[in-house]
Design a protein. Structure first.
Length: 145
């Protein structure tokens, strides 16, 4: 089980705080996330739902995109922590895994925790084996008309 060092403790504090601001009246499933840059800056996010359900944004993507908006280089984020209240550490959804694999560092770590002792952790190859990635989009020939 992953040990909670000072970085993970800080990330958990920030994720717990963000989960407290979650807008999740439909699912009643608040989620907080926090990610740290190589420079030590922490960015937090929570899930924000909408009455038009498909517009919901997950906590993980909110934290990751906040980091990018502050100038953090995509592909450099080292650790992302997910927090859900209760006694179960939840797995991130597939959409967030796809975004993580583009924005997190290749050797980055994703950790999930809760109020209890349960913790889960994934490396990139664990959270998204065989990803769809940007290299297949490079050097494409122009479309034929
Ligand atoms: N949710 C997240 O914020 N992160 C995940 O990885 C899974 C799901 C949110 C979306 C929605 O607001 C609620 O949890 C239930 O799906």
């Amino acid at each position: 089980m992953v040990q909670f060092d000072d970085t993970l403790k800080t990330l958990k504090e920030r994720a717990v705080r963000a989960a407290g601001f979650s807008h999740s009246p439909y699912s009643r499933f608040p989620v907080g996330a926090a990610v740290i840059s190589a420079a030590g800056q922490v960015y937090a996010g929570c899930n924000v739902e909408n009455a038009s359900f498909g517009l919901t944004q997950c906590a993980e993507r909110a934290a990751l995109t906040a980091a990018v908006a502050d100038g953090v280089l995509p592909g450099s984020l080292q650790t992302l922590l997910i927090y859900t209240p209760g006694n179960q550490a939840h797995a991130p959804c597939g959409a967030c895994r796809q975004v993580m694999q583009e924005l997190m560092a290749p050797d980055g770590l994703v950790v999930s925790c809760c109020d209890g002792d349960e913790r889960r952790a994934w490396s990139r190859s664990d959270y998204l084996p065989d990803p769809f990635s940007a290299d297949v989009l490079l050097n494409r020939p122009p479309p034929k008309r």
